[in-house]
Each structure stands twice: as structure tokens, then as C-alpha cells.
Design a protein around this ligand. Sequence first.
Ligand SMILES: *[C@@H]1O[C@H](CO)[C@@H](O)[C@H](O)[C@H]1NC(C)=O
Ligand SMILES: *[C@@H]1O[C@H](CO)[C@@H](O)[C@H](O)[C@H]1NC(C)=O
Ligand SMILES: *[C@@H]1O[C@H](CO)[C@@H](O)[C@H](O)[C@H]1NC(C)=O
Ligand SMILES: *[C@@H]1O[C@H](CO)[C@@H](O)[C@H](O)[C@H]1NC(C)=O
Ligand SMILES: *[C@@H]1O[C@H](CO)[C@@H](O)[C@H](O)[C@H]1NC(C)=O
Ligand SMILES: *[C@@H]1O[C@H](CO)[C@@H](O)[C@H](O)[C@H]1NC(C)=O
Ligand SMILES: *[C@@H]1O[C@H](CO)[C@@H](O)[C@H](O)[C@H]1NC(C)=O
Ligand SMILES: *[C@@H]1O[C@H](CO)[C@@H](O)[C@H](O)[C@H]1NC(C)=O
Ligand SMILES: [Cu+2]
Length: 631
Amino acid sequence: MALTRVMRLLSTAFLASAALADVRTYDFTVGWVNRNPDGQHERRVMAINGQWPIPTIHATVGDQVVVNFKNDLGDRPCSLHFHGLYMNGTTHMDGVAQSTQCPVPAGSVFTYSFNVTQPGTYWYHSHVDGQYPDGLRGPLIVRDPENPYADQFDEELVLTLSDWYHDEMPGLISSFLSVTNPTGAEPVPNSALMNDTQNLQIPVQPGKTYFIRIVNMAAFAAQYFWIEGHTFRIIELDGIYHKPTEAEQIYLTAAQRVGILLTTKNQTTDNFAVVGSMDQDLFDQIPDGLNPNVTSYLVYNKDAPMPNATDIEEFNPFDDTELVPTDEEALYEDPAVSYTIDVKMDNLRDGTNYAFFNDVTFVRPKVPTLYTVLTSGDLATNETVYGVNTHPLILSHNQVVEIVLNNHDPGKHPFHLHGHAFQVLHRGAEEGGDWDPEALRNGSVTYPATPMRRDTLLVRPNGNFVIRFRSDNPGVWLFHCHIEWHVDSGLILTFVEAPLQLQQQLNGKIPEDHFDACRAQDMPIEGNAAGNTVNLLDTTGMNVSPGLLPEGFTPKGIVALTFSILAGLLGIATIVWYGLGEISNVEQREAEQKIDAFAEKSGGVVEVSGVHAASIRSGGGHAGSGPLQTR
Ligand SMILES: *[C@@H]1O[C@H](CO)[C@@H](O)[C@H](O)[C@H]1NC(C)=O
Ligand SMILES: *[C@@H]1O[C@H](CO)[C@@H](O)[C@H](O)[C@H]1NC(C)=O
Ligand SMILES: *[C@@H]1O[C@H](CO)[C@@H](O)[C@H](O)[C@H]1NC(C)=O
Ligand SMILES: *[C@@H]1O[C@H](CO)[C@@H](O)[C@H](O)[C@H]1NC(C)=O
Ligand SMILES: *[C@@H]1O[C@H](CO)[C@@H](O)[C@H](O)[C@H]1NC(C)=O
Ligand SMILES: *[C@@H]1O[C@H](CO)[C@@H](O)[C@H](O)[C@H]1NC(C)=O
Ligand SMILES: *[C@@H]1O[C@H](CO)[C@@H](O)[C@H](O)[C@H]1NC(C)=O
Ligand SMILES: *[C@@H]1O[C@H](CO)[C@@H](O)[C@H](O)[C@H]1NC(C)=O
Ligand SMILES: [Cu+2]
């Protein structure tokens, strides 16, 4: 075994030097196939080259990856986002519709090309219209010739977790974002999957150590994960090596990845259940008969029985914030800028439940934000040009940026930052309330000297977290909840990082097929968020969210209204419309007054604190236009 390890090391070292200039080219045509991954329901899924599960993208650090992408979905746009890759120098290849490109229209081709500079476990998925849960999600694995743990394992395995819906996303999204769902209850998955199936057999050999890269590609559900009869060592979180730490159970939110070392037993008589269990705390109501669990088998002996999973009493996953990065990167210095971001869910005037960062719910701009950066000259540093509802936060180059996130919602949310991994300084307890800097001053909280780093982090119900990153990667990078329902309901903001440096970096470098994608759909490619190229500070006509609800009109009121309407008529659509008319007509004037008042008072509070150069509560006043402009 020692000999095989040495040979493997030698061969990876050889491959590494040979691979430095490798170009990995993938020709991907996205289309439809039928599949029945949970054995309960056959449906259409989004496949690549007729293949589903879709292929894994493989690369080695230093490679250039080229994906020749063709959208054969027939009736809808598409894109590919490479989750967790920094895309340093290529923010235009980040794949986010209306942020870094126009979506790729049906029938079109588009080339993604970028250098991979980080090792680790990533994934790729569509970043258009809440689309990836229909199947367009797969692993992206970057091999590392300098893996510090290479001498500690024999083989690598990849395992995906996901949740599965029997219905297609467009229909689910329209019933989710609807006046008939005023509480914003998210559709609950029909089942859990591993490797896009159930009862997967994972063959292993005795007495070996496996590096297992686990990716949660879910739309919604986090999963608890454990292997019966085994413990393992965590060595990687979202592409960042951490010091090997023993664990029995881990928790992966949607979009998180964890790399573990698993040493198999010296036996070939028994097989063991590998269990994923969806976190049902996320579900508003649990449908009858839902099985939240998916079982696979660690197969030492294919002729021995595959054991059913044994129920466990309680979930007790390892707390990721306790891990220490292998490189021991020190806590960044006090931030140049600290944003306090409050999360809430609320209803707007259309009766629909939306998600908000500081009272702003995301609405995509007419012009992709990146193209606004590139066509607004010196005004690229003025947030007005990006439009209120992209929720732009403009960062200077090479500063330490802090995000203090307070969750004013009783749900758990996994937050993801594009273009960076971040240091996790603190995560507050469930129901612990807002972050209070006093806790740092009085010593009841201390920041770790070498904080855990990753790119997707869970915030607990009514809890908080504090994270930091360096703005060393000019680009347009979203920060958002990775529950796809909350992407759809607007829990997104946009970091416009070092826009002037970005202009220099990308000047003339965006390939023509990017602009062709826009032209094919009559989407503007220059000017501000409204497409105004003459007066960039005039965003009249920009896309905005519906206005605020009238004063005193609570979600409960909407529920009551909705249910009385539904109960009162069962199908007489005219009355429904009359009911909705009530909201918009009778109460409209009052609502508009409230919006105006709101706009006036939210002047973008900038506090200058002793600890930080500037502490900013984002959102609110954007040149006096207010966060929820309706005209
Ligand atoms: C990608 O790598 C190639 C070859 O090493 C280099 O020529 C090119 O400039 C890199 N591209 C970017 C955007 O960094
Ligand atoms: C699970 O899926 C990954 C990614 O597609 C694949 O590499 C791996 O071989 C699969 N595992 C098994 C046991 O089929
Ligand atoms: C398996 O056997 C090897 C060699 O005899 C030994 O070093 C190792 O500790 C054993 N592993 C376990 C899990 O018992
Ligand atoms: C697993 O459970 C099923 C259904 O409860 C049962 O039919 C089967 O025999 C069990 N398998 C084993 C190996 O115990
Ligand atoms: C799923 O697993 C959990 C934890 O073991 C268990 O409590 C629960 O009963 C299982 N549910 C089903 C439907 O098997
Ligand atoms: C952006 O432009 C508006 C309108 O001219 C101005 O009031 C505001 O101060 C500018 N903001 C910055 C950061 O320059
Ligand atoms: C420190 O401050 C925090 C936040 O205000 C408070 O909850 C905690 O009780 C304080 N602890 C001590 C020891 O004063
Ligand atoms: C991006 O590249 C620059 C210089 O090439 C480097 O200083 C910076 O750390 C990189 N940032 C990230 C997030 O990779
Ligand atoms: Cu969320």
C-alpha cells in the first residue's frame, strides 16, 4: 500500500507538470430526457448531451476550462455558473443571468472559458430563473498535485446529495410566488437523492482510505449525512483544506461541499448504510408519507445483504465553525467597511411574499450589471446607476470587507458569496438575535485567530453571523441565499467590486457571443440599470419590485383575504380579481404615501464607529428614490 501511494504521488507530480498548460474542453448541449430517480414518478429533466445525471467537470489546478455550451431546451434561456470558482479576471464567465451576462437564449451557443486556480470540490449549475432543480446541476472537481493530504488516502470518490421534485420548476415557482401563498411556504421536495438516485451501492475495499468529496446540489434541503459503523475525518470545506478533524455526522446546506477521509474496516463480511436525511426544520408543513431519508450502501461484499438504515434518536452534526484552515490564514485586520444586513420575509402590495436584505428585494436589471460597470465610466462607482433592486454595494479594491448578517426570519438560510471564500468570525446561536459588538468588547465572544473559511454558510433561525473577505477580485459578485426559492423571492444583493479596476481589466475582452446573446433577445448591453446611456444617473424605467403593503395590512390579513376569497368562490375567477382589485385600488393611495415616506426616511445610514472605519447599513436611500419605487 505504501508503494502504491508513492507511485501515485510520483504520477500525480508528473501529471501536474505535464498538465500546467492543459486546456479541458467540454462540448455541452443542454436538452431534455425522461428520468425517474426516486422510483416514484417519471418526468422530464435537463440533461447534457442526453446524459443525466449530467457529467462531472474535471480539471487540475492551473488548467483552462472551455465549455462550448448549446441551449437546446427549446423554449427557455439557460446559463452555467461554476459555483465556488473565483473567476479571477473572468467575472464575465460567472454565468449569472442579468448580472454577468444575458441568459443564453434557446437555440444559441455560448462559450465559457476560464482558468482554474483553486483545488477542491465545486459544482456547476444553471443560474437563470431558479432552473437548476430541474436537473442542471453536477460536480466540478479540481485535482490538486499539491494536496497536503495526498499521502493519507488511496482513492478519491465523489458523492452528490440533492432533493427532488416531481413537478417542474416554472409551475412550482409561480405557485410559490403567488397571492395564494401569502406566507411564502416553500414547495417541499418529494424525496432525497444521492448521486441522483436511491439505494446506490458504493463499492469499497477493506483497509483503505478514501477521500470522499460530498456535494449538496439541492434546491432547498440541507442534509445530515453519516456512515453507519464508521467515523471519518473532515479535510475540506467548499474547496478550502482544513485540519483533519474526526466527525460522525455532518450537515451540508444546499450548495455546500465537504471532503472527508474515510478509512474502511479490515473485513469483507458486512455492508453499511450511508444515510442522508433532509433537515425537515426547513419545511413549513411535512406532506404525508414524505421520506426525508436516502440510503446508499458502503459495499464491502456485494453478495452480503444491504442493511436498512437504523433510525437515530437525534441529529448531532459537527459544527463547521470549529475547523481550522490548513494554511492557518490569520484573521483579516479590522475591515475598511462593514455592512450590516438584515434578512426578512414580507409581503408586498401584490400580496406575494418576498425576501429582503435591508428592505430591498432583488429584481434583475434591464442591463446586466457588469455591462453597466463597463459603460458608465467614472459613474461606475455611483450605486445609482445599478438600480435600486439589484441592491448594489460598491467595494474599493483590496480592502477588508465585513458582512454582519442578522437573520430576522425563523428559518435557516445558507448564504453564498460569488467570487470569494470568506472567513467566518462568528455565528450566533439559534434565536440569539442580532450581532452585538458589545459581546466582542466584553469578551463573551472572541474571533478565532485562524477562522474557518468557505463560500456558503448557514445562518441559524433568528441568529446572526460575521464574515470577512478581501476585495482582491474585481468583478460583479452576487451574495445570496442558496435556497432556490429564496433566490426567486429576491434574497440577493450585488457586490460591485473595484469597478474602475474592472473596467481596465476587461476593456475590450468580452467575447462577442456574450453580446450576441443579448441582441438575440433585444436586451440592452450598455447604460444604467434602465438602459439609459445618456443620463446614467436617471434610472427612470428601471425594473423595480411591487410597492409596500398599505399600513396595517399584515400577512395575516392577506391569508384571511386569500382564504375567504378561495373559500367563497372555488373557481369564480372574477371574484378573485375583484379581491385583488381591492388591494390595489382601495388601499393604493395610502400605500403610496407610505412608500414615499419610507423612501424619504431611509437615507442610507452611515455610522462611523470606533472599531471600523465605516459601518454601513446597506439598502434604503438611493439618491432619494427609495428602495421600492413604483413609478
Ligand atoms: C489563463 O491562463 C493562460 C495560460 O496560462 C493565460 O495566458 C491567460 O492570460 C489566463 N487568463 C486569465 C483571464 O487569467
Ligand atoms: C457518484 O457520482 C459521481 C459523480 O457523477 C461519480 O463520479 C461516482 O462514480 C458515483 N458513484 C457511484 C458509486 O456510482
Ligand atoms: C487494518 O489492518 C491494518 C494492517 O494489519 C492495520 O494497520 C489497521 O490498523 C487495521 N485497521 C483497522 C480499522 O482495524
Ligand atoms: C429492509 O426493510 C424492508 C422494508 O421494511 C424489508 O422488507 C427488508 O427485508 C429489510 N432489509 C434488511 C436487509 O433487513
Ligand atoms: C429518517 O431518518 C431519521 C433518522 O434516523 C428517522 O428518525 C426517521 O424515522 C426516518 N424516516 C423515515 C420515513 O424512514
Ligand atoms: C451619485 O449620484 C447622485 C446624483 O448625482 C449623487 O447625489 C450622489 O452623491 C452620488 N453618489 C456618489 C457615491 O458619488
Ligand atoms: C457581553 O455582551 C453581550 C452582548 O451585549 C451580552 O449578551 C453578554 O451578557 C455580556 N457578557 C458579559 C460577561 O458582560
Ligand atoms: C485575484 O488575482 C489577484 C492578482 O492576480 C490576487 O492578488 C488576488 O488575491 C486574487 N483573488 C482571488 C479571490 O483569487
Ligand atoms: Cu433562504
